[in-house]
Structure formats: structure tokens, C-alpha cells
Design a protein around this ligand. Structure first.
Ligand SMILES: *[C@@H]1O[C@H](CO)[C@@H](O)[C@H](O)[C@H]1NC(C)=O
Ligand SMILES: *[C@@H]1O[C@H](CO)[C@@H](O)[C@H](O)[C@H]1NC(C)=O
Ligand SMILES: *[C@@H]1O[C@H](CO)[C@@H](O)[C@H](O)[C@H]1NC(C)=O
Ligand SMILES: *[C@@H]1O[C@H](CO)[C@@H](O)[C@H](O)[C@H]1NC(C)=O
Ligand SMILES: *[C@@H]1O[C@H](CO)[C@@H](O)[C@H](O)[C@H]1NC(C)=O
Length: 565
């Protein structure tokens, strides 16, 4: 248990967890497959069968317990052990297997923000206040480092992820009681895999970092998780009333291109304008004196429209207070009356902490958007389509790889191909950033030409270097945000990425389409599905492949027996 995070120990644990699911005294490939999944090392079917072949000395296609024991010593130094080691040591990829990342183990001291620690602890305490599974950890003391200890078993993290994006984590897969180093490790892997599935960038963080509570890494991950939750509904397709923020001459499409941060700023300014107050251009310097916040609170607070309607009259008594800190405290007391005293202290307001003030405003928006959906003004609501599951997965996949900037809108944010070019690097296709790529800020005149050139380059790289099949796709299509054609490129990128990951898992052995088909075949038949697939080129539609890859990407969060396809 002391060395549970070492690869050997994990392997040992996997093997000592030897179980015989169907109780016939031996282990078959299905059972082994389950074991690998349990150990958070899902392996393709062909790999599992290879292992069986290696272990099965009397060639009856099953491994008896004796065979297993007799071979155990050898196994330690075998190729299988090597691939495990490699899998466990992976620093990047769809499988966030535990361990300490190189970056975090360099021994350098990282400073962290006590303001953030204070803010996040209070937020978590409130959010999970009534969750019986978190009783052992909550409430945490915001003034101490107890956060880092309390998150160490992974339960609170899993809960926060599921709160930010509901249904990310299957309740049953969290080990909540009788925690051992192994089950803790499982919980932490589950948290990391799930965080990655909702689009957090977790490349530089491992289970051990969380277990040990490395402050800068824990806070970094928490902020990503919290932000995803805060921003989830700041999106036109989720809240049509945001169309009230349209300015003269703008279309819904223009508004749809804005990032959540930009929408929040618009929203605040919309209310400030109604209040006759000056606009702000950021949640930093411009809010330091709390005066904009006072006006915002008045605008959004529930008004007394009918008798007996609950309402809150915001008091402006503190508005003309001379001292900045006292004014901020007065403002926050009013926010408290709306149940929105979150994320910032008076000092955070006065110092203009941009991150925490952004969170404060996002929470205000979520609780009191106070917008009315405009009616019958020639707005083409047909444009408003929520993201499909497929699109969401692609987006989360890119974000989990740490592309910059963060992708909020699958097509619009790819229109200059910069993110796509970063994805090429992830699949080991070199990009000539110096000579072939136009980087922002783009010139005022000819912006789109610069973006189009990038798109052309991205398509060329796909055709010439990555050898993708991109018949009939041009840079213009990416630049035009053509969904079908952009997806055609994206799924090939994701597919190549996945094959690379499988290859790494197989210790350098080439994984190819056939391996995947075999794996899918096995998984399907074991899950009692009658559908079989024969080859990528023939039967499988593009959508099936995408579905399969998404499944591969997502299943790390769902250790349920059925593999959905
Ligand atoms: C995750 O969220 C869903 C829906 O909100 C809920 O039914 C489920 O119990 C949650 N799981 C956990 C682990 O909290
Ligand atoms: C952890 O949880 C899983 C899913 O509920 C369960 O199958 C497994 O037995 C648990 N492990 C331990 C050691 O309790
Ligand atoms: C915020 O906006 C003001 C102008 O309103 C500007 O002077 C200041 O530099 C901005 N601060 C940040 C952090 O962007
Ligand atoms: C995207 O491109 C395809 C193929 O050229 C075309 O049929 C389709 O109409 C385009 N979609 C849009 C929305 O322009
Ligand atoms: C998958 O199953 C189908 C139907 O049983 C079979 O024809 C095909 O050869 C299998 N493919 C692989 C790669 O195992």
C-alpha cells in the first residue's frame, strides 16, 4: 500500500485483485478485460487476448489460478509489465493515469494564491453542503490549508466535476467507504479522467499530486472545474434571453461568437447602461471602487412587482462611503442579501483580482440574469442550435489537450485554424509557425485573408503531411465554419490521436484500424450486442467511428460494465 503509486505496485494490485467473475475457477478474456478496466487501464481486446495467450500454458484459452501464480514472477519483467509501466507513466493523453508529473516533481516551490484558496473553499462548502457523501470532508476551514488534505481522496473533486457538468460521473463508480490507497488512487484517476472529459487541461497533474495536495496544482484544477460550471449557461443556446444584449446592427450570429467572458462584460454593461452609469471594460481596475457593482446589484435584484412577491431592495447607503475597503464591504453585504456573497472579499474587490471578480459576476449572472428575451424583432432564432454531443466531445477533447485559446464554440473558434494547427502538433505533424502561420493580433484590414491563409495551410498539412482524406475540403470551408467539412477534418485528427495513444499503450506496437475493429467486436459481443462490424472502410459509417472514438475518450469516466456505442 505504501507504494501503491509505483507502476509495479499497481500491476501487482491488478493481479492480486484476480477475480473469477463467472466462478468457474479460471479467468477468461472477458474477466481479464474487466480487471484491466478496474485498474483504470482499459486495454484493447487484442492486447487482452495476447496476454491470455502468454499466460495460458495448457492452451485451453483460459487461465487457471495455478497458471496465474506460476507465471506471476515472470510477468513482472515481461512486455506486459513494460506496457503497464508506460501506460502508468503517461503524462499526456486520454488516460490520466496516476503518478507524479515531471513538472510537479521538479522540486521547485510554487507559490499559490491564498485568496483563491479562501474563495474556492467557501464555494465548495456551499455547493456540497447537503451532500451526504462529503460529510467527512466538509465544511473545510477557508483560512487553513485543510482544502488540500480534504481533496486528497478524490470524492469532493468528483462531486465538483459532476456539479459543473451534470452526469459526468456515474455515482456508483466513486469509492466512498473503506478507502484504501488503491481505492483512493481509483477515485483520483476517475477525477482526472472526468476533468479531462469535461475539457480541463490536466496534462501536468497526476493522482499523486492531488493525493499530496500540491497547492498550485490543486487550485489550478479547481479553478478550471469551477469555471466550466459557472460558464455553462452563459451561452445563447442555453439562455435565449441573452439575445437582449444584441446591439444595433448585430445579428444573433455575432453574439454567438462571443466568449462567456465577453458576454458577461456585455451583460454587466447592459445593466450599467440602464442604470445610467459608466460602462466598464474589465472586471479588474474598473470595478475596484465597487460603485459599478452597487448599480449592477440594484438592476438585477428582484423588484416588487406584485404584492407578496419576494423582492430585495438593495441599499445604496454604502455607496458614498469614503474608504474603498469599507465601501466594498457594504456592497458585499448587499450581495449577501441576494445570496451572492461568493468568491470575493472586500480586499479582492479593491485589488481588482480579475479571476475572482469574474467568478463573482458569473455567479450573479447565473442567479439573477434579469434579461428578457426580445420578441419579434426579425431575429433568426433558427440559427440557434445547441451543441451536439459529438461537437461537445470534440471541443472538450481539444481543451483537454490545452489548446490556446480555449475553444468555446467549435466552429467559430477554429476559423483561423490556430487551434487546428496546435492539434497537428499533438499528432506529431510539425507546424512551421514562423514562416507559414499568421498570428494575432491580425491587421485591421485584411483580417480574414490572414485567417484564410492559416486555414489553407491547415488543410495542406492534412493532405500532404498527415495524409488525411480531405477530398473536397478547402481552407475556405474551415474559415466559413462549415460544420460538416470541419468535422470531417476533426474526426481524422482525433482518430489519429487515439491511434497514437493506443500505440503507446501497446508499447510501440502499431495499432491500426483492424485492432480497433477487433476490439469493438469483442466489446460488443461481450456486452451481449449482436451487432458486429467488419471493417472501417465498408460497414462503418463515419459517424460510427466518431462515436467509437468519443466512447473511447469518455469511457474512462464510466466504469460501468456496458460499453455504449
Ligand atoms: C451526478 O449528477 C447526476 C445528475 O445531476 C446525479 O444524478 C448523480 O447522482 C451525480 N453523481 C454524483 C457522483 O454525484
Ligand atoms: C470500488 O467501487 C467499485 C464500484 O462500486 C466496486 O466495484 C469496488 O469493489 C470498490 N472497491 C473497493 C475496494 O471497495
Ligand atoms: C481595465 O480597463 C481600464 C480602462 O477602463 C484600463 O485602464 C485597465 O488597464 C484595464 N485593466 C486590465 C487589467 O485590463
Ligand atoms: C458545407 O459544405 C458542403 C460541401 O461543400 C455543402 O454541401 C454545404 O452546403 C456546406 N454547408 C454550409 C452550411 O454552407
Ligand atoms: C468482426 O465481426 C465480424 C462479424 O462476426 C467479422 O466478420 C469480422 O471479421 C470481425 N472483425 C474483426 C477484425 O475481428
Amino acid at each position: 500500500p505504501d507504494h501503491i503509486c509505483s507502476p509495479q505496485a499497481s500491476l501487482q494490485h491488478l493481479l492480486s485483485a484476480f477475480v473469477d467473475l463467472d466462478g468457474n475457477g479460471s479467468i477468461c478474456d472477458y474477466e481479464l478485460h474487466e480487471l484491466f478496466k478496474e485498474a483504470n487501464l482499459p486495454l484493447p481486446g487484442y492486447k487482452v487476448r495476447e496476454i491470455i495467450q502468454k499466460l495460458d500454458r495448457n492452451k485451453d484459452n483460459e487461465i487457471s489460478f495455478e497458471e496465474f501464480v506460476s507465471i506471476f514472477q515472470e510477468l513482472k519483467s515481461s512486455d506486459i509489465a513494460k506496457s503497464f509501466r508506460k501506460a502508468i507513466n503517461r503524462k499526456e493523453g486520454i488516460l490520466a493515469i496516476g503518478g507524479t508529473s515531471t513538472q510537479s516533481s521538479e522540486g521547485t516551490q510554487h507559490s499559490f494564491s491564498e485568496e483563491e484558496r479562501y474563495a474556492f473553499v467557501n464555494w465548495i462548502n456551499t455547493a456540497l453542503e447537503n451532500d451526504p457523501d462529503c460529510k467527512h470532508a466538509l465544511p473545510m476551514d477557508p483560512n487553513s490549508d485543510s482544502l488540500f488534505k480534504s481533496l486528497g481522496d478524490g470524492i469532493v473533486l468528483c462531486k465538483m466535476i459532476n456539479l459543473s457538468v451534470p452526469d459526468t460521473i456515474d455515482e456508483r463508480t466513486i469509492n466512498k467507504t473503506k478507502l484504501t490507497p488503491f481505492t483512493i488512487q481509483e477515485n483520483l484517476n476517475l477525477a482526472l479522467n472526468s476533468a479531462s472529459a469535461i475539457g480541463c487541461h490536466v496534462v501536468n497533474i497526476g493522482a499523486l499530486d492531488l493525493r499530496e495536495g500540491k497547492p498550485h496544482l490543486v487550485l489550478g484544477l479547481l479553478w478550471q472545474i469551477i469555471k466550466i460550471g459557472l460558464f455553462a449557461d452563459i451561452e445563447l443556446s442555453r439562455n435565449e434571453a441573452l439575445a437582449a444584449l444584441l446591439r444595433d446592427g448585430e445579428t444573433l450570429e455575432d453574439l454567438m461568437k462571443l466568449s462567456p467572458e465577453e458576454l458577461l462584460l456585455r451583460w454587466a454593461n447592459f445593466h450599467l447602461e440602464n442604470a445610467g452609469w459608466e460602462k466598464i471594460s474589465n472586471f479588474s481596475l474598473d470595478i475596484k471602487d465597487s460603485r459599478a457593482y452597487f448599480h449592477l446589484l440594484i438592476q438585477i435584484s428582484p423588484k416588487c412587482t406584485e404584492e407578496d412577491q419576494p423582492h430585495t431592495d438593495i441599499s445604496m447607503a454604502g455607496f458614498s462611503e469614503k474608504d474603498d475597503l469599507k465601501r466594498a464591504e457594504n456592497m458585499l453585504q448587499q450581495a449577501d442579501r441576494l445570496d451572492c456573497r461568493q468568491f470575493v472579499t472586500p480586499a479582492d474587490v479593491v485589488s481588482g483580482n480579475p479571476k475572482l471578480n469574474l467568478a463573482f459576476v458569473a455567479n450573479l449572472f447565473n442567479k439573477y440574469p434579469s434579461l428578457t428575451k426580445p420578441e419579434g424583432e426579425g431575429i433568426d432564432w433558427g440559427l440557434l442550435e445547441g451543441e451536439t454531443r459529438e461537437e461537445g466531445t470534440f471541443r472538450n477533447w481539444m481543451n483537454s489537450l490545452g489548446v490556446n485559446p480555449h475553444v468555446n464554440h467549435l466552429y467559430g473558434d477554429l476559423a483561423d485554424a490556430l487551434v487546428i494547427l496546435q492539434l497537428y502538433e499533438k499528432i506529431k505533424v510539425p507546424v512551421d509557425w514562423t514562416n507559414k502561420v499568421n498570428k494575432p493580433p491580425y491587421p485591421k484590414i485584411g483580417t480574414n485573408m490572414k485567417k484564410l491563409e492559416n486555414c489553407n495551410y491547415a488543410v495542406d498539412l492534412g493532405k500532404m503531411t498527415a495524409k488525411f482524406s480531405l477530398v473536397g475540403i478547402g481552407g475556405q470551408d474551415l474559415n466559413d465554419c462549415n460544420a460538416t467539412l470541419t468535422l470531417a477534418l476533426l474526426w481524422q485528427l482525433m482518430r489519429r490521436y487515439t491511434l497514437n495513444v493506443l500505440e503507446d499503450l501497446g508499447d510501440g506496437q502499431m495499432a491500426n484500424d483492424d485492432d480497433i475493429v477487433k476490439w469493438v467486436n469483442t466489446t460488443l459481443s461481450k456486452a451481449g450486442k449482436t451487432t458486429k462490424i467488419s471493417s472501417f472502410k465498408k460497414t462503418i459509417q463515419k459517424n460510427h467511428i466518431v462515436g467509437f472514438l468519443m466512447n473511447l475518450f469518455e469511457k474512462s469516466c464510466q466504469r460501468t460494465p456496458e460499453t455504449k456505442l
